[in-house]
Design a protein around this ligand. Structure first.
Ligand SMILES: CC(C)(COP(=O)(O)OP(=O)(O)OC[C@H]1O[C@@H](n2cnc3c(N)ncnc32)[C@H](O)[C@@H]1OP(=O)(O)O)[C@@H](O)C(=O)NCCC(=O)NCCS
Length: 284
C-alpha cells in the first residue's frame, strides 16, 4: 500500500489504540515532509491544489503523539530535558537541518518544528517560528518575530520582514493554506491568513493584513478581489499592496464618519519598488 493510502486508512481509524504500524507510517510520512517530497499544497495546471491526505497525516501525528519534556537543543539529555519547561507531542520534536543545506538559524529564541521543509540558503533571524507542514523554499529570509504557520507554502527568495505573520491553516483538511509565491516581499507587521494566495513578485507594504474576508481594491486595474467560494483571495503577481481605508457609506458608521481598514493595490512593481525592497546581498 502506498503512503497516501496508508495515511488515509490510519486517519479514518479512531480506536485510540496506536500500534507500531502508526508510528512507522508517521515516521515515513514526516521524513517525506522534511525532504519536501510531499507538500500540504502544490502548484497545478489550474492553480494551487490542497493535498488533503498530507494534512490528515499531520493531524495524525498530533493524535498519536504523547506529551513529553522537549529538549530545546539536540544535545540535551533526557535528564536535562526533564528540567526544562518545554513540553510537546513526542511526534513533533525540533527539526534537524543538515549543515550542507547552508541554512542559518541565528541563535536567539527561534524554533523550527519537525515535519516542515526548509530549502537551501534560508536565513532565520531570531526569534522566529516555523510550524509543521510549512514549506520554505530556497533563499528565503525569515526575519525576527516572523511566523510561518502550519502548512504555509513560501516560495523562493521571499522576504518575510520583521513581525510578518503567515497564518497556519491545518483544519479543515480541505482548506488551502496560505501561499506566498516566489520573490514576494511581505513587509514588516503584515498578516496573511485564511488561505490567501500572494502572487509572484508581489509586495505587501508594511502593516498590510489580508484575510479571507478582506476585499482588496486594485486602483490600477479598476478591480476588487475577494475570496469567492472555493477560490481563495488572490493578490495578482507584481501587485504593490498597502494598507488603506474606505468610508462606511451607510447607517451609524456613515453618521459617525467611520472608515474601515482595506488593503489597496496602488501600483504594480517597478524599478522604484525593486530598489525599495532590495535585500542587502552581503548579509546573506
Ligand atoms: C510598498 C513600499 C515598498 C513602497 O513601494 P514603492 O514602489 O517605492 O512606492 P512609491 O513610493 O512609488 O509609492 C506609490 C504611491 O503609494 C504610496 N505609498 C507607498 N507606500 C505606502 C504605504 N506603505 N502605505 C500607504 N501608501 C504608500 C505613496 O505615497 C505613493 O502615493 P502618491 O503617488 O499618491 O504619492 C513601502 O511603502 C513598504 O511598505 N516597504 C516595506 C518596508 C518593510 O516592511 N521593510 C521590511 C524591513 S524588515
Amino acid at each position: 500500500m502506498n503512503l497516501e493510502n496508508k495515511i488515509e486508512e490510519l486517519f479514518s481509524c479512531t480506536t485510540g489504540q496506536y500500534g507500531d504500524e502508526y508510528f512507522q507510517a508517521f515516521d515515513e510520512f514526516k521524513a517525506a515532509l522534511n525532504e519536501g517530497q510531499i507538500r500540504a499544497a502544490e502548484p497545478s495546471a489550474t492553480g494551487w491544489k490542497v493535498n488533503t491526505w498530507v494534512k490528515k497525516g499531520i493531524l495524525l501525528g498530533f493524535r498519536i503523539g504523547k506529551i513529553v519534556p522537549m529538549p530545546d537543543r539536540p544535545s540535551q539529555t533526557a535528564a536535562t530535558a526533564e528540567e526544562s519547561q518545554f513540553r510537546d507531542k513526542h511526534t513533533y520534536p525540533l527539526k534537524q537541518i543538515p549543515v550542507e543545506q547552508n541554512v542559518r538559524v541565528v541563535p536567539g529564541g527561534s524554533s523550527i518544528r519537525d515535519g516542515c521543509y526548509i530549502g537551501k540558503g534560508v536565513v532565520c533571524m531570531p526569534p522566529m517560528y516555523v510550524n509543521v507542514g510549512a514549506y520554505v523554499d530556497d533563499g528565503t529570509l525569515i526575519d525576527s518575530h516572523a511566523l510561518v504557520g502550519s502548512c504555509a507554502q513560501i516560495g523562493k527568495r521571499v522576504h518575510l520582514s520583521a513581525a510578518a505573520q503567515i497564518g497556519g491553516v491545518l483544519e479543515p483538511v480541505g482548506a488551502l493554506p496560505v501561499i506566498i509565491e516566489d520573490d514576494v516581499l511581505v513587509g514588516g507587521n503584515c498578516g496573511v491568513y485564511e488561505g490567501t494566495v500572494v502572487g509572484q513578485g508581489a509586495v505587501l507594504g508594511a502593516g498590510t493584513v489580508l484575510t479571507g474576508s478582506t476585499p482588496v481594491y486594485d486602483l490600477v486595474r479598476d478591480a476588487v478581489y475577494r475570496r469567492d467560494g472555493e477560490q481563495p483571495l488572490t493578490i495578482p503577481a507584481g501587485a504593490v499592496v498597502v494598507p488603506g481605508a474606505r468610508a462606511v457609506t451607510r447607517g451609524r458608521g456613515k453618521e459617525w464618519g467611520l472608515s474601515l481598514y482595506t488593503p489597496v493595490i496602488i501600483k504594480y512593481r517597478d524599478e522604484k519598488t525593486d530598489q525599495a525592497v532590495r535585500l542587502e546581498e552581503l548579509l546573506r
